[in-house]
Design a protein around this ligand. Structure first.
Ligand SMILES: [Fe+2]
Ligand SMILES: [Fe+2]
Length: 279
């Protein structure tokens, strides 16, 4: 992927637009590209498995709402969201090909994921789907902030670091949009709460099952190291569970809006504002 920040548009949540990127995933990416740890690598790889179908689903659902939107500012932001998520979906699809080349097996799992997003989710009806998408996006933005704040990817392979940080920064950049869209189309507080619970449960379930599916294919899955790395990841070192819970609780307050949390500077670390000075 392009890592020259001057080629990337500066962070700007007022005007969402997709960035042109060129991924160069080669065979040089080791199987265990995060601290040589199976469980830590597979949390991200396992998340990657469902991202193409998940983000394509969001794009498709949100796109169907464009004709109901009359506010030009929101329309243009929603189009920006669609552009960014389409790029993410494609990039993570390429990444799944790397996992295939590394001989991981997950085609049946992907069939379930596709069925879930293409067949099951649409049965919820539009307002609840939009509420769930707002919930997905809140969890995604929370995980993105946690990742960038703690410089978590510093210990990852550089190609993977670049990919996940690009994705995280764009998630922070467009974090208001799905929420604003839900408010514009429906806006029921209780539906937002239900969608939030549902959205978060869905993402956590796919992240966890994907991680376990891949980690079980690595040697040494049934070992003390697996438990110890899991403990570091979730509770003691990266503290993913307490940190995520702290971000999620405010979502359920009636007056919550994603913009109340100013996390701009994390996004600006990845897409610096000074980059425009040359254009
Ligand atoms: Fe995304
Ligand atoms: Fe997103």
């Amino acid at each position: 992927m392009t890592t020259n920040p001057t080629l990337l548009k500066p962070f700007n949540s007022q005007q969402i637009s997709p960035r042109r990127i060129a991924f160069q995933f080669g065979s040089q990416i080791p199987r265990l590209w995060f601290r040589n740890s199976s469980i830590m690598t597979q949390l991200l790889n396992g998340t990657n498995l469902f991202l193409p179908a998940f983000e394509a689903y969001m794009v498709h659902t949100v796109q169907g709402q464009l004709r109901h939107l009359h506010d030009p500012a929101l329309r243009s932001q929603v189009k920006g969201l669609i552009g960014q998520e389409s790029n993410h979906s494609q990039a993570h699809e390429q990444y799944n090909d790397i996992l295939r080349h590394q001989n991981y097996r997950f085609e049946t799992y992907l069939a379930v994921v596709n069925w879930f997003f293409e067949r099951l989710m649409p049965r919820l009806g539009l307002p609840l789907q939009l509420a769930a998408i707002a919930g997905f996006e809140h969890l995604t933005a929370s995980l993105s902030e946690i990742t960038l704040h703690h410089n978590t990817m510093a210990q990852a392979h550089p190609a993977m670091k670049a990919l996940w940080e690009w994705h995280a920064a764009e998630e922070l950049e467009h974090k208001n949009i799905a929420f604003d869209l839900f408010e514009a189309i429906d806006g029921s507080y209780w539906r937002r709460v239900l969608g939030g619970v549902l959205g978060i449960a869905i993402v956590v379930t796919f992240m966890t099952t994907g991680m376990l599916l891949l980690a079980a294919q690595d040697p040494g899955f049934f070992s003390f190291k697996t438990l110890s790395d899991l403990n570091k990841l979730l509770l003691t070192e990266y503290r993913l569970i307490p940190r995520t819970v702290r971000h999620i609780v405010p979502y359920f307050q009636p007056k919550f809006h994603p913009s109340q949390r100013d996390d701009r500077h994390y996004g600006e670390q990845i897409f610096p504002p000074s980059a425009i000075a040359h254009h």
